[in-house]
Ligand binder design. Structure first.
Ligand code: PMP
Length: 299
């Protein structure tokens, strides 16, 4: 597959209040967000023309910005409408939507005083996050980098700066032939993959780490609800790496990754099975429902 560079595509991007031609959606190299990681973003997926749990993503975007000390000068209603407009303008009914907010180029110093806040929203087709069939199972290696404690980084925000350890970990994993890396947290407990949360099936129950120093994913919360509706016991708790070998099934959950089976983590092997398949199917069905049905299904 040839990758078309993102700055060499056609289409429309919403930038600070209006749709602009894709190629014109530029920012200055002296933008605060680039130098000091004063940026927050979202990753959303549209299915059959509707963005799944859009308002939850928009609320998280606003929340992430507040954690970082700035306000995005557009309301949730305006951002939701802009996301939908970007999809339509690009002729997409299924696709990935990326809103990003950052501090501008009026001032360039650690202090961001005097900078304005910008918002851009792009969308493109991104059929699958990992290559291959999601039920086949991907191979993960253990990351060398750990997720930082919540008093050293804004871990509850989807902040651009937090992705540097993810990118380093993912690049190293890919260079070694793996699809992704499983990260531990600063205490040495299992946390998440570089862009998705992780679930383990142990003795027929679903276990997932407490999201106390990483993103409590919207997909994670969706999957927990779907599992509970299927009368499954779901336990969010601290998980030690030594427990990984006790799992019969492992899967990742994230907006881009959706539900993806894992067949290998380091020395451990897993066979994607009934629980993963059932939750994958329920998730795939749910995301194609309208907003009201989704709310009802998750209530
Ligand atoms: N963790 C990280 C680091 C992520 O980038 C993502 C994707 N946003 C997730 C977890 C899953 O979050 P969500 O289900 O809300 O997409």
């Amino acid at each position: 597959m040839t990758l078309v560079p993102f700055d060499d595509r056609d289409g429309w991007i919403w930038l600070d209040g209006a749709l602009v031609p894709w190629r014109d959606a530029k920012l200055h190299v002296l933008s605060h967000g680039l130098h000091y990681a004063s940026g927050v973003f979202e990753g959303e997926r549209a299915y059959a023309g509707t963005i799944f749990r859009l308002r939850d993503h928009t609320d998280r975007l606003h929340h992430s910005a507040r954690v970082m000390g700035f306000d995005i000068p557009w309301s949730a209603e305006e951002i939701d409408a802009a996301c939908a407009a970007v999809l339509t303008a690009n002729g997409l009914s299924d696709g990935y939507v990326r809103p990003i907010a950052w501090r501008g180029s009026e001032a360039l110093a650690v202090s961001a005083a005097g900078t304005s806040v910008h918002l851009a929203i792009a969308a493109w087709a991104w059929p699958s996050y990992f290559a291959g069939n999601r039920m086949e199972g991907i191979r993960l290696t253990m990351a060398e980098w750990r997720r930082p404690p919540p008093d050293t980084a804004p871990t509850a925000a989807k902040a651009t700066g937090l992705y540097m350890i993810g990118t380093m970990s993912k690049m190293k994993a890919e260079a070694a032939g793996y699809a992704d890396a499983l990260m531990l947290d600063w205490r040495g407990r299992v946390s998440e993959a570089t862009g998705a949360n992780v679930f383990f099936v142990i003795d027929g129950e679903l276990h997932t780490p407490d999201p106390d120093c990483f993103l409590d994913g919207i997909t994670r919360r969706t999957v927990i609800r779907l599992a509970q509706k299927q009368q499954m016991k779901v336990i969010a708790r601290p998980i030690e790496p030594e427990e990984i070998g006790r799992a019969s099934e492992v899967f990742l959950a994230g907006t881009a990754a959706e539900v993806t089976a894992v067949r290998e983590i380091g020395e451990h092997r897993f066979t994607p099975g009934r629980v993963t398949e059932s939750l994958m199917q329920s998730y795939d069905a749910l995301v194609r429902q309208g907003d009201a049905e989704v709310r009802q299904a998750l209530s």
